[in-house]
Design a protein around this ligand. Sequence first.
Ligand SMILES: Cc1ncc(COP(=O)(O)O)c(C=O)c1O
Length: 480
Amino acid sequence: MKNGSSWEAGSASKVVDELRSLADARAVGARLPSTRDLQHQLGVGPVTVQRALARLVTEGVLVTRPGAGTFVAARRTARVGDTDWQQVALGASPVSASGIDVLLANVNSTGFQLGTGYLDAGLRADSRLAAAAARAVRRPDAWGTPPMAGVPELRSWFGREIGADPDQVLITSAAQSALSAVFRALLPAGSPVLCAVPTYPGALAVARSAGLVPVPVPTDADGIRPELLERALAATSARLLFLQPTFANPDGGVLAHARRREVLGICERAGAFILEDDYARWLGHGQVPPPPLWRDDDQGRVITVCSLTKILAPSLRIGAIVARGPVMSRLAAMRQVDDFLVPAPLQHTAVEMVTGPGWSAQQRAVSAALRARMGTLTAALAAELPECSFENPRGGISLWLRLPRGTDDLAVASWAARLGVVVMSGRYYVVGEQDASYLRLCVAGIREADIPAAVALLAEAVRAGAGTGTDLPPHRAMTG
Ligand SMILES: Cc1ncc(COP(=O)(O)O)c(C=O)c1O
């Protein structure tokens, strides 16, 4: 059964399609039936009809004449001449979307969602967000120019959460733009950047798109391996390490307490910065997460990035870069070059959300749901896929599933999609060669009750992928 809001969205888009067909069947300038007649004809309410008409007006399919009705608009097809010259002018692309293109396409895929890192509508704080946004847009200063580094209340709040002063905080458009700004501000194109692997494909994409060369440093159950970090720094002279010390995406791992000082010491001796992606700060599974690595440092070595999108909603694109020392002015300059500023209404919405009475309840609800979902996922995997292995995630949204030897992760992901389960291939999370295949399974967007059925289908896909990897089955009707 689908939840209410996705059912409504589905019904609304069906009405749009039906009205589009009505318009297509009529001549240009023909009048559409009245809203009341359309309501009866399509069996929906007046608001749904009005919204569908408005959408088709925006698309240029219909025009409205106040007092006269809605009419079929003149059909215009944009002329497309010979664009082949572009291929010559564009040359090789500097943009690398590898992995995030699949990740973002997955967000809106139908089926059991083990692919998205964003919360399902049932867990999001949509109605509180709507109320907060309504108040935020009415503030007298809503549409002016906020301070370039962010509104003071929000800088103070992020500062308190991370353990920093407000002037050490820059507000950003969530974590993705923050990572991009830090990579580009710190390193010229062509530089190596060390990445604890497996890692988040979005970070690899921004690094590669900035002309940087990601160099993998393996992790184990305690996080990044210090002896290999030392070797990688010596071999590459890299000046930046990208790390997720808390509930890493994809394996939910945590940098062991004993390793925190060691990693900082190694980077100190090499003169390297650490970019700490603290995207999961509020995604513990009931326990208090370890403090940000930022707190173990007073030399400005650690630059921390965090975001509200994972705990509240993907469209609340608010995050922060936390840094100290001369690097701060370089980061502030990069942010201005990129964006000028983050829209004030969105910043004020975030302030309302994190300082309002619902904030603790949201954290508790998300944390309890993630813990329950992860428990159900690990139990189902143990029962259905004993030939696969994984470490229990310590927190966060995802699990890193090792596939049986010789299994192709892309083939398994394709089979799974066809069977109605969305998962991410592990290859996007690594750099260079690896001796095993993995899937990243995410519990942010799936209801707990759907997990056993999703894993049963996934088991079918793994067994199919372990075989020939050919003859994909037809797409199965959506079940979840
Ligand atoms: C580890 C990690 N960092 C950063 C991001 C970017 O998140 P956002 O830009 O939505 O805050 C993501 C999103 O999936 C992520 O998994």
